[in-house]
Ligand binder design. Structure first.
Ligand SMILES: [Zn+2]
Length: 181
């Protein structure tokens, strides 16, 4: 086994350690995947104490996991960029409705905002955004109930190909400042 093989093996072992205790802060390990940064709460007027950890909830009769956080807010509430970075894709999808994919400045993480009522005026793919910029407004497009407008927010660790539609889901709850009751 060459030097690369050993390095890959170490990486695999390190990754395994990450899936251990839920909610505990993983220790910094050399060669471990990068930790997401602390994120701004993406819905104006919502406090970290208002967040509920819905990442592990089942969807479609538990056929798939939620792998995101839902933040309830009145329709039209401004949606804010959680971090500096770039708008990579504005995408209309059946489940997500009107959505935004943003990459962080390092290109290691993608932020996904869904069920938007509309985008901020002038928002465009390729545009640089600052943490706290208004990028859209809370709504219920896609498969969200019209009676319960909310932001569906997801965090992905991107692969080496940096494909906006493909990444490893990471629970954003504690990076948004959420605390378990
Ligand atoms: Zn959701």
């Amino acid at each position: 086994m060459g030097r690369l093989g050993v390095a890959l093996l170490c990486l695999a072992v390190t990754c395994g350690a990450f899936s251990a205790p839920a909610g505990s802060a993983p220790a910094a390990v050399a060669g471990a995947p990068a930790e997401p940064p602390a994120l701004l709460l993406p819905v104006q007027g919502i406090a970290a104490s208002d967040l509920r950890d819905t990442f592990g909830d089942g969807r479609d009769s538990n056929q798939r996991g939620h792998e995101a956080i839902d933040i309830l807010a009145p329709r039209g509430t401004p949606v804010l960029a959680v971090d500096d970075g770039r708008i990579v894709k504005l995408f209309l999808s059946q489940p997500g409705g009107m959505t935004i994919y943003q990459f962080d400045p390092t290109g290691r993480f993608a932020y996904y905002y869904a069920h938007l009522d509309r985008y901020a005026d002038g928002l465009a793919e390729g545009q640089a955004v600052r943490r706290g910029s208004v990028i859209g407004y809370v709504g219920s497009t896609g498969n969200a109930s019209p009676d319960a407008p909310h932001l569906h927010f997801a965090l992905f660790r991107l692969g080496p190909e940096k494909q906006w539609w493909k990444g490893e889901p990471v629970n954003p709850f504690r990076y948004l400042g959420g605390k378990q009751p």
